[in-house]
Structures are given as structure tokens and as C-alpha cells.
Design a protein around this ligand. Structure first.
Ligand SMILES: C[S@@+](CC[C@H](N)C(=O)[O-])C[C@H]1O[C@@H](n2cnc3c(N)ncnc32)[C@H](O)[C@@H]1O
Length: 332
């Protein structure tokens, strides 16, 4: 995903209004896209940051050998359409018979459709909800959960039962994570959890004792962002920390995912760095638990954690009950 550059059409006041609605939780109350400039301003800023989260998720899927299912590609609650563009950037359109943008805002749908057509000339773009009997689709959802009321969410989840696969990315908050876990549990009879999960059992976060934890991860912005005056202005005006890109996500597929190697774990959040050990919250088929990696056993992991390069998926080698080596997995 390319980085945004200075755009003369950025309406900073509109961005402040949008951000306030997102933060206050009032965004679900009604259509907030007033005009094209709102969408263009959002697309060059907030949506780019969301795109970096999508890149994190999609690169993780690609590394694990996941491939797109055939059928329509649907971006639900599309806004400016960043999710579909990030997905097509990563996986192309070979499997997508068409790309459908769905939103309560007609303005958003036409903006997203136009941007996608400009970016990927020749793709078959449509807008609006598909007919209920439409064939299974690859459904993308991004930062929409907090705008749906419980009835909308129920309807949406029921509709997702007919999808071929689902990729859903939300902010890395406690509430968003727990809401996505609830969706996972409701749809686990139809789909295989593919990511961040590395097993198909009940989510370990739901186990007694794990109430304080949530399933979240951190994406990284492209390096140039921190020295780019445009992003500096964005951060200053909107009070946003450019380094912080927490996300929660869920990938479900009807097809069984490639099995992880023995010893593979998913790291949740960031490790806590102590003097002698890293405290890591990790998930595998046995559940979610805090584990220690001692500096004397694995100094390389220590260095990675200090540089904020601690891999989200890791293969752990243990002996005598201790983790002796933690390495990014898969290695390619
Ligand atoms: C925060 S924006 C996210 C846009 C885009 N998915 C992204 O990640 O950048 C949420 C979008 O969901 C749309 N939305 C809210 N409620 C909706 C509903 N009930 N049905 C369809 N779209 C909805 C809004 O109009 C808005 O475009």
C-alpha cells in the first residue's frame, strides 16, 4: 500500500468532525459523509492508517499460505474503500468475479467504486447490497462494528453465514476484540478460524482467568511516515500518535487453513520487557497464557522486543519446561 502524500483537498476541519464522531461513539447515529471532500480527506489520512493495518493482516495471511476464494469481493461498510484496495493490492483480482462496495452512504459507495476503478482499471465494480440468493462472496469488513446497533450486527452476522470467507479488521480495543470473538464463536460452526487464531477451538480469551486480556496486535506504519511533513501535520492537528496502530481482526474461511508447525504460537499485544525476561501473552490450541522467555535463554528475542520487532506468529522451542528459542514463523 502506498503512502499518502500532501493533498491540497484535505479538509482538516472535516477530519476533526469525523474523528470526534468516531471517538464519541456517535458515528453510528447517521450518515456522516457530507460530501466528496470528506471522503477524499478521510481516504488520504485515516483510511491510509487503516490500510496499514490491512497490510499487516493480509501479509500475515499470505505468509501462512492462505489464498483468496473465488467469487465476488464485497467491502461492507466500505467508506472510501480502503479495505478492498488493500486486499487487491495483496491478492489481485484473479479470483474476484466482481468487487462490490456496500455502505449506508451512497456517496461513500460511489467514491469507493471510483477510486477502485482508477486504481485497478478493468475491474468489474458494483455498488449496493447483493440479492440474498447471491453466490458466496469474499467479505471484507473494516472499522464498522462500533457503528452498528445490536440488531444490525445480528443481521450482518447472519448474512455472513453464506460468505465463502470473511476478513474483519477493527481497532485494537478491548470492546472491539471481544465483539469479534463473539462473532467468531457464533460462526465457528460454519467457518474455520484462520487468523489471528491458529486453532479452531473455543477462543482462549474466553477462559476463566483471562478476563483482563483481549486479542489485539500492532501494525507498523511505513518508515517514511515519521519524517513526512504531511503526516506530521496530521498527527499534530488531530492529536494522533503515528506509531500506534493497534488492531483486532478475524479471518474465517470455509476451507481448512494450512496447519501450523508444532510449537507455533500467536503473540497477543506486546511483550512486557523485564530485566531478566519477556512476559508474553500467547495463544495456541491449549489456550491463552502468560509465558516467560528468559534473556539468558534467548537474547535475540529480547533484542527484537526492544526494537518493537517481536513477531506476531512465532515458533517456540522448549526444553525442561522453558522456552529456549522463539523465532518468527513461517520463516519465508
Ligand atoms: C469508520 S467508517 C470505515 C470505512 C472503511 N470500512 C474503512 O475501514 O476505512 C464506517 C463506515 O461504515 C458505514 N456504515 C455504518 N453503518 C452502516 C450500516 N448499517 N450499513 C452499511 N454501512 C454502514 C459508514 O457509512 C462508514 O462508511
Amino acid at each position: 500500500m502506498t503512502m499518502s502524500t500532501a493533498d491540497p483537498r484535505i479538509d482538516w476541519l472535516a477530519l476533526e468532525r469525523l474523528r470526534d464522531g468516531f471517538l464519541r461513539g456517535t458515528a453510528g447515529q447517521g450518515d456522516y459523509w457530507k460530501d466528496e471532500t470528506d471522503l477524499a480527506s478521510y481516504d488520504a489520512t485515516f483510511a491510509q492508517r487503516i490500510g496499514w493495518k490491512w497490510d499487516f493482516v493480509l501479509e500475515d495471511l499470505r505468509r501462512r499460505g492462505w489464498t483468496p476464494p473465488e467469487g465476488e469481493l464485497v467491502d461492507f461498510g466500505c467508506g472510501s474503500g480502503i479495505a478492498a484496495r488493500a486486499y487487491i493490492d495483496q491478492f489481485g483480482t484473479k479470483e474476484a468475479t466482481s468487487v462490490r462496495f456496500v455502505d449506508r452512504s451512497a456517496l461513500a459507495m460511489s467514491f469507493a467504486a471510483r477510486r477502485a476503478s482508477q486504481r485497478f482499471p478493468g475491474i468489474n465494480v458494483v455498488t449496493g447490497a447483493a440479492a440474498p440468493e447471491a453466490p458466496a462472496a469474499m467479505v471484507l469488513l473494516s472499522h464498522v462494528l462500533t457503528e452498528l446497533d445490536p440488531i444490525d450486527t445480528e443481521r450482518l452476522v447472519a448474512r455472513l453465514r453464506t460468505a465463502a470467507a470473511v476478513i474483519w479488521v477493527e481497532p485494537g480495543t478491548y470492546e472491539a476484540s471481544l465483539a469479534l470473538i463473539a462473532v467468531r464463536e457464533k460462526l465457528r460452526d460454519v467457518f474455520q478460524p484462520v487468523a489471528p487464531c491458529i486453532h479452531g477451538k473455543r477462543c482462549g480469551i474466553l477462559a476463566t482467568g483471562n478476563e483482563a486480556h483481549w486479542c489485539h496486535h500492532f501494525a507498523r506504519p511505513p518508515g517514511g511516515v515519521f519524517t513526512d511533513p504531511f503526516w506530521g501535520r496530521f498527527a499534530n492537528l488531530l492529536g494522533i500518535d503515528l506509531r500506534s496502530l493497534p488492531l483486532s481482526y478475524l479471518v474465517l474461511d470455509r476451507r481448512p487453513p494450512p496447519a501450523p508447525d508444532e510449537g507455533v504460537v500467536r503473540v497477543l499485544g506486546r511483550p512486557r520487557i523485564n530485566k531478566a525476561d519477556l512476559r508474553v501473552l500467547a495463544c495456541d490450541g491449549d489456550g491463552v497464557a502468560q509465558q516467560s522467555i528468559f534473556k539468558r535463554d534467548d537474547p535475540e528475542s529480547f533484542r527484537a522486543a526492544k526494537k518493537d520487532r517481536f513477531a506476531s506468529l512465532q515458533k517456540w522451542t522448549r526444553s525442561e519446561g522453558r522456552i529456549r528459542e522463539a523465532r518468527p514463523w513461517p520463516t519465508t
